[in-house]
Design a protein. Structure first.
Length: 129
């Protein structure tokens, strides 16, 4: 189960993300964006996102795609790692995608949601990569 860890015990900088409900791996190399700067920059400097990569943005209920160069899949999670909403193939320059009540947003390569059949209600878990 996932909950926002206290500052004294942050998640590792790179984690593995598993959909326990579907017994599938969403990302084997997911970077955790917990600082203000990391959350603001996100994937803006990336030209591509390979299969197995991802970005978990903590304290995030909405994302924007202004300035992005790639489309992504987005999974919004509550504080326990339960999937609240998914958004597939979110295109660059999309003004915003949001989910009320979300604690974090998991950004993944396009096709990751369909490949893993991830949907609202699924339970994700996080472990060291």
């Amino acid at each position: 189960m996932y909950s926002s860890p206290p500052v004294a015990t942050p998640l590792p900088k790179t984690i593995r993300v598993t959909n326990e409900t579907k017994s599938s791996e969403l990302a084997s190399r997911c970077v955790v964006a917990s600082s203000h700067k990391a959350r603001m920059v996100g994937l803006l400097n990336r030209a591509s996102l390979e299969n197995g990569e991802g970005l978990l943005i903590e304290e995030c209920a909405a994302i924007h795609m202004i300035g992005m160069r790639l489309a992504i899949d987005v999974v919004f999670l509550d504080s326990d790692g339960k999937v609240l909403k998914t958004a597939e193939n979110v295109r660059p320059w999309t003004p915003y995608v949001s989910c009320g009540g979300a604690d974090s947003a998991l950004e993944l390569p396009t096709g990751a949601i369909a490949r893993t059949k991830t949907e609202a209600g699924d339970q994700l878990t996080f472990s060291a990569a």
